[in-house]
Design a protein around this ligand. Structure first.
Ligand SMILES: [Zn+2]
Length: 198
């Protein structure tokens, strides 16, 4: 199929997004050129701004406009607790339930023996550094209930417990294999409340 170059390029861009195949990319590209000029301008502007104005917090690894992020610099938060998640979107899911008032640490992935991802390749070193500060008394591991999420939780517990810090894991309200970002708010707040010591 021959497409004029501008649309071919747009299709190519859409097809680089996760879960978007060639067919969907083509549909989205044609939809985009049918949109109002104003909407297209806004879309382009939002794409650029999201990339340009957001960075990862140098303390917790969360997505933020300013570094350190608003959670790390919020004095009303409980600095004795760090909740460890896989991705920035998991922080959003936790913040939505408004029950957790401690700090976060974003790993940006999991250890994955199957995919050859070692502990050095995710954001673990800076977590260990944060723990040398004695104000932290509990680390809550909220990696997803997948085999990689479990392997990561076990690894972190082994690393952290010898320092005398309590390590807990979200309770099993979450179904095996499920992602934190899709858990409903009641399930998630129960999982935090009933967390188990590792
Ligand atoms: Zn932060």
């Amino acid at each position: 199929m021959y497409y004029p170059e501008p649309i071919a390029k747009l299709i190519e861009s859409f097809s680089k997004l996760p879960g978007i195949g060639q067919k969907t990319a083509t549909r989205l590209a044609f939809h985009t050129i049918a949109m109002d000029d104003q909407d297209v301008n806004e879309f382009a502007k939002n794409l650029l701004s999201a990339k340009r104005d957001l960075r990862f917090c140098s303390i917790c690894g969360n997505l933020t406009e300013k570094d350190p992020c608003e959670i790390c610099t919020d004095n009303s938060r409980d600095k004795s607790m760090i909740l460890v998640v896989e991705e920035p979107k998991d922080v959003l899911a936790m913040e939505k339930i408004r029950e957790y008032r401690g700090l976060y640490h974003v790993l940006h992935g999991t250890i994955s023996p199957m995919n050859g991802i070692s502990p050095d390749e995710i954001n673990i070193k800076s977590l260990i550094q944060r723990l040398s500060d004695t104000t932290v008394t509990e680390v809550i591991i909220a990696t997803n209930a997948t085999s990689d999420g479990e392997a990561t939780a076990m690894y972190l517990a082994r690393m952290i417990k010898p320092a005398g810090i309590k390590v807990t894991r979200l309770a099993r309200g979450l179904a095996v294999g499920s992602d934190i970002e899709y858990a409903d708010e009641i399930t998630l707040s129960k999982a935090v409340e009933n967390r188990l010591e590792l």
